[in-house]
Write a protein that binds this ligand. Sequence first.
Ligand SMILES: [Zn+2]
Length: 104
Amino acid sequence: MGQYVVEAREQLLRRRRSLHRQAGLPPAADPAARWVDYEATQSLVAEGVRRELTEIDAALQRISEGRYGTCLACGGPMGLQRIRAIPEARYCTGCSGQGLAEAE
Ligand SMILES: [Zn+2]
């Protein structure tokens, strides 16, 4: 696992913890725990937070499958700058500018 992946994972886990706290969800201590496992409380959580948690879990999933850092649209590298700015991004800057974008 490259150093940038380790850093991105840290950043994602930290962000998830803070979102959980903010939303009043139980802390996700287990890195493999997924947001969708908290189904009972999902409806109480604001839409924007739900979406971000879903993106974070998807990114953590990609990391655990060893396919993190690659644009899901064109297959090209995401670029370090983008990963640091938005570690849960699915698409590279080029693709996200073409209407495939996640909400940013
Ligand atoms: Zn791309």
